[in-house]
Ligand binder design. Structure first.
Ligand code: B12
Length: 211
């Protein structure tokens, strides 16, 4: 089992798409869960890629190739992660904030929520504060979820919270934030309702708010 996860992690880091897909399929056949493959294989692979990029061992192309391999593997796991969703539990608007184009983590959060019966309106990447405001007006969600992966784009979260407040919509929603550089302290500082370290915790936080 450990060997299969290690292989998946390694193939994802090296961006070997076809081999990664085959390894993921084999791991599922061997009885590993989609959650395990994601949590122990694919997500840690992206951390390794980030470390290698920071240390100068990897450049942007390698980071892009690894990200593409990760995205394909996540897409292959999606049916397993969303199977068994029951009636719609609540509605969420999700997006990666202005200036930021990272969407792998956001997409995983979306898949996990859909798997738990949430209806998710996805604003994609580089979503402006105005886009969030418009989506909340049009969809009346219970949750607004924002993702940021770059220290600089975390400020777009603050602007979005302020814009929602200015539009008189703040009282009707719970705002959740996440992404690798975030902390609970930052979430509190900008007036978000919750911060989650990963997609599983995010679903739990949303479920808890509904009870
Ligand atoms: C893959 C990647 C890319 C890919 C993105 C592909 C894509 N479609 O997303 C590409 C190659 C395009 C890319 C581009 C860039 N990147 Co980049 N990238 C990464 C990398 C390696 C992995 C990110 C990732 O997908 N992780 C895996 C996912 C699953 O993790 P996650 O996003 O953190 O999500 C989890 C949790 O955080 C949480 N979560 C996420 N969102 C949300 C939302 C809510 C509401 C909640 C509750 C939870 C939650 O749940 C998720 C699942 O458990 C990181 C390194 C790292 N350690 O993060 C660098 C990294 C984020 N990138 C970085 C940089 C600098 C860039 C570029 C500026 C590089 C450049 N010179 O052009 C550009 C940015 C362009 C832009 N404006 O956005 C830096 C940011 C530095 C900083 N702190 O400011 C990092 C940290 C690399 C580094 N070590 O320097 N990147």
């Amino acid at each position: 089992m450990a060997g299969e996860i290690e292989t998946i992690r390694d193939l994802c880091v090296r961006g070997k798409r076809a081999e990664l897909n085959a390894a993921v399929t084999a791991a599922i056949s061997a009885g590993l869960s989609a959650q395990e493959i994601m949590g122990k294989g694919l997500i840690p692979a992206m951390s390794i890629v980030g470390e290698r990029y920071s240390s100068g061992e990897f450049f942007l192309p390698q980071m892009m190739i690894a990200a593409r391999a990760m995205q394909e593997a996540v897409a292959a796991l999606k049916p397993l992660l969303t199977a068994g969703a029951y009636e719609t539990r609540a509605k969420a608007v999700i997006g990666t904030v202005a200036g930021d184009f990272h969407d792998i983590g956001k997409n995983i959060v979306k898949i996990m929520l859909e798997g738990q019966g949430y209806e998710v309106v996805d604003l994609g990447v580089d979503a402006s504060a105005e886009k969030f405001v418009e989506a909340v007006r049009n969809n009346a969600p219970q949750f607004v979820l924002m993702s940021a992966l770059i220290t600089l784009t975390m400020e777009s979260m603050r602007k979005t919270v302020q814009a929602l407040e200015a539009a008189g919509l703040r009282g009707s929603i719970w705002i959740g934030v996440g992404g690798a550089p975030l902390t609970k302290k930052f979430a509190d500082e900008i007036g978000a309702d919750f911060y989650s370290e990963d997609a599983y915790q995010c679903v739990e936080a949303c479920n808890a708010q509904l009870h």
